[in-house]
Write a protein that binds this ligand. Structure first.
Ligand code: FAD
Length: 468
């Protein structure tokens, strides 16, 4: 096969890789993208195939079913539902249909922007060349610039290696039946999102977490409503408890409490969701001279690695491992290669947990702002006092705004509540535009919407709240 020569070679077709390739194509750069496909891969990467999108589809279906079950039990607003049932095979088909539409769309967009797609596993030979193992034989690609975007994979637990009943989020999202008893190891966002969904679908779910609370990277005020909801759903949460292994018959997880107590939890599936690791080991990166930042590739503010014209974006460059961060880095890299002066600013990266209720955070928490030496003003507005929340039967939660005490520059915004993920854009925009409390207070927010709680939290921080 003749070698391919290009200006830009992108390795990996996830949100980091495909966005870098589309933007490079838009800018007229001759671009080749290599994607290996297979389990957990394919155009769209983890996000579209086995991450963001399929998980949100399952969460939505589970919520709809659970809602029907609740209505059948108590009909709070008079909706009569009898004998609700879910045909999970159809749910999976529907979820797969969404994945297919979106991944197909990525292929179309790449072609529209003249990106050449090579299917196969890429191994770097040097900083400008890779060899791809394609169905029709080895293909050598040479390029002036290389963008590494190989993403991440579920990290195994030494005590519970993947296989058999021990599954990662990838297999959890491919289940064709709802397990009767599901043990989830790890109460981070992936474990809680999937654990909650399967609980709503009828599984008996137990969550095992080594730390003393769920979602340990979020402040406790935000996680309290989620913990309350898990209790209401009958999900058992074992804190300060470690998974120690599989019972000899393979039908239970052995766990150890911090105090030394040991017991076993019967399980039909064990979802290990204790983190993800950068995929750096099987793509020839050892042949390059790349500096590391802990477990991740070190990059500067342009996403340049330690090798000239070798760039890296997405999960391989570290936390937060989120699709929108990967995409934002990707645009910076493509535009930099095209000769523009760009830097990636990580100050405003929203993070959303699609738990029940949802959590969204942008910028600093009050605690983090204080630790950074800031004098702050902070205020919350509860959804209990928000008309729209009441009409949605979603009065749990609040919006919280944190600002500098001296000039009222907003430093951080967070919310917990049903549907608050959709407020992430407004929060991000306020921070990105350098809003002060007065800017949010002076913005007319539509009524009745959940966003009014953002308005009122800002008014409250100024001592001018109207509805509380
Ligand atoms: P990836 O998406 O992992 O893509 C890397 C691609 O590179 C893969 O397709 C892989 O096949 C390919 N590849 C790797 N090595 C090679 C090679 N040598 N040759 C060729 N191809 C190769 N993020 C959010 O922002 N919001 C969410 O709601 C969210 N939910 C998630 C839910 C779950 C269950 C999971 C697992 C993740 C979720 N994420 C979410 C995280 C998100 O999926 C990742 O941050 C994002 O996909 C990272 O993009 P990436 O391009 O860096 O890597």
């Amino acid at each position: 096969m003749a070698d391919i020569a290009a200006k830009v070679l992108v390795v990996g077709g996830g949100p980091g890789g495909y966005v870098a390739a589309i933007r490079a194509g838009q800018l007229g750069l001759d671009t080749v993208l290599v994607e290996q496909g297979g389990r957990g891969g394919g155009l769209g990467g983890t996000c579209l195939n086995v991450g963001c999108i399929p998980s949100k589809a399952i969460i939505h279906a589970a919520q709809a079913y659970h809602h029907a079950v609740e209505q059948a039990a108590s009909a709070p607003f008079g909706l009569r539902v009898e004998h609700p049932a879910i045909d999970f095979a159809r749910t999976v088909e529907w979820k797969d249909g969404i994945v297919g539409r979106l991944t197909g769309g990525v292929g179309t967009l790449l072609k529209r922007h003249n990106v050449k797609i090579v299917q196969g596993h890429a191994e770097m030979v040097d900083g400008k060349t890779c060899k791809v193992d394609t169905d029709t034989g080895p293909q050598v690609i040479r390029a002036e610039h290389v963008v590494l975007a190989t993403g991440s994979v579920p990290a195994p637990l030494s005590t519970l290696p993947f296989g058999g009943k021990v599954i990662s989020s990838t297999e959890a999202l491919a289940l064709t039946m709802v397990p009767e008893r599901l043990v989830v190891v790890g109460a981070g966002y992936i474990g809680l999102e999937l654990g909650t969904a399967f609980a709503k679908l009828g599984a008996k779910v137990t969550i095992v977490e080594a730390e003393e609370r769920i979602l340990p990277s979020y402040d406790v005020e935000l996680t309290r409503p989620v913990a309350k909801r898990l209790r209401a759903l009958g999900v058992e949460v074992l804190l300060k408890t470690r998974a120690a292994g599989l019972a000899t018959d393979g039908n239970a997880v052995l766990v150890e409490e911090e105090g030394g107590g040991k017991h076993s939890l019967p399980a039909d599936r064990i979802l290990v969701a204790t983190g993800r690791r950068a995929r750096l080991d099987d793509c020839g990166l050892d042949r390059l001279d790349l500096s590391m930042n802990g477990r991740f590739l070190a990059v500067d503010e342009r996403c340049a690695t330690s090798m000239r014209n070798v760039w890296a974006v997405g999960d391989i460059t570290g936390e937060p491992m989120l699709a929108h961060r990967a995409m934002a880095q990707a645009v910076v890299v493509a535009e930099t290669i095209a000769g523009q002066r760009r830097v990636f600013d990580s100050a405003v990266i929203p993070a959303v947990c699609f738990t029940d209720p949802e959590i969204v955070t942008v910028g600093l928490s009050p605690e983090a702002a204080r630790q950074a030496g800031r004098e702050i003003k902070t205020a919350s507005f509860p959804f209990q006092a928000n008309g729209r929340a009441l009409t949605l039967r979603a009065e749990e939660g609040f919006v919280r705004v944190t600002a500098r005490a001296d000039n009222h520059l907003v430093l951080g915004i967070a919310a917990v509540g049903a549907g608050v993920s959709e407020l992430a854009s407004a929060f991000g925009l306020a921070l990105e535009m350098g809003a002060r409390l007065e800017d949010i207070a002076g913005t007319i927010h539509a009524h009745p919407t959940l966003g009014e709680a953002f308005h009122e939290a800002s008014l409250r921080a100024l001592g001018e709240a109207l509805h509380i």
